[in-house]
Write a protein that binds this ligand. Structure first.
Ligand code: CP
Length: 327
């Protein structure tokens, strides 16, 4: 498993403004992107990207990430090319990822790519003459999800600092929790890891916590008393597609399910987040509870991704503040 790249590890990615891992970004940069996203929440429809082309290459299935990136580009006046299913590309004839990336770089100003291989986005950023935005690479990273998660946490808590964040479910393969953990190193969090042994947070991420002074506690129990301490309860899906042994998936898939009665002692400010898709890990009855925030979280993906695309193309917060193209 490739876990992560160290900060500033790829000069070319920085030079061409790729967005590959959240570990590349400082607290200041994260706060800057949040301010940009807030501007887009105020006015999502602008023509800042008129004449630009955004490519979305999805080698793995997606609903939210692809559609919110494409919506972001469309609402900014860009045109979108790409594919949602690699079976319809010349990859099926043997074309390599390198050649695909070089070809699409001929056509688009920025490439948004999801790939099943860990490190694929980093690799693409090292060869592509245009920025690469990582839309998820295997079980490694999902940095645009993290930007929308940070935006949502800030929106619901009024701060990113000093929060108790509970990560529940598939902490082994869950790229969203890996990225979130790394991003939060700037904000003095306390993490609580709740997962079956088979899906526990991998050792390199615990090591990362130790190296960056991030406190964490591991729990076996998942009940009202444990949840009572949470500011953010971040649920995740057990990812069937990552298992080589489906018997193991069957053993662990229903281990940590959130039921409405488990919220009886939750703090008023606590919000339940989930990167989605959900299978059964959050009971549907919770959707109407005031603690549930996962659908608003997904909506924030639009604004966060508008900010990421603009930043990758060199459009600044100042440009956005002075923008006169609001529709
Ligand atoms: N959260 C997320 O990545 O969802 P999709 O797989 O639907 O893009």
């Amino acid at each position: 498993m490739q876990i992560f790249n160290t900060e500033g590890s790829c000069a070319r990615a920085f030079m061409n403004r790729s967005f590959v891992t959240i570990a590349d970004h400082s607290r200041e940069k994260i706060e800057y992107l949040i301010r940009m996203a807030q501007e887009f929440e105020r006015h999502p429809n602008r023509l800042l990207l008129q004449g630009r082309v955004v490519a979305t290459l999805f080698f793995e299935p997606s609903t939210r990430t692809r559609l919110s990136f494409e919506t972001a580009a469309n609402r900014l006046g860009a045109r979108v090319i790409g594919f949602a299913d690699p079976k319809v590309t010349s990859g099926t004839k043997g074309e390599t990822l390198k050649d695909t990336i070089m070809m699409v770089s001929n056509y688009a100003d920025v490439i948004v790519m999801r790939h099943y291989l860990e490190g694929a986005a980093r690799y693409a950023s090292e060869i592509a003459p245009v920025p690469i935005i990582n839309a998820g690479d295997g079980a490694n990273q999902h940095p645009s999800q993290t930007m929308l998660d940070l935006y949502t946490i800030n929106q619901t808590q009024g701060t990113l600092d000093n929060l108790n964040i509970y990560l529940v479910g598939d902490l082994k393969y869950g790229r969203t929790v890996h990225s979130l953990l790394m991003a939060m190193r700037h904000f003095n969090p306390t993490f609580h890891f709740i997962a079956p042994d088979e899906l526990a947070m991998p050792e390199p991420y615990k090591q990362y916590c130790s190296e960056h002074g991030i406190r964490y506690v591991e729990h076996q129990d998942f009940d009202a008393d444990v949840i009572a301490g949470a500011d953010i309860l971040y649920m995740t899906r057990v990812q069937r597609e990552r298992f080589t042994d489906l018997m193991e998936y069957e053993r662990v898939k229903d281990r940590y399910l959130l039921k409405l009665d488990m919220l009886s002692k939750a703090r008023d400010n606590m919000r339940i987040l989930h990167p989605l898709p959900r299978v059964n890990e959050i009971e549907y009855a919770i959707d109407d509870d005031p603690h549930a925030y996962y659908f608003q979280q997904a909506r924030n993906g639009l604004y966060a991704r508008q900010a990421i695309i603009c930043d990758s193309l060199g459009i600044t917060l100042e440009d956005i503040m002075e923008d006169r193209t609001i529709i």
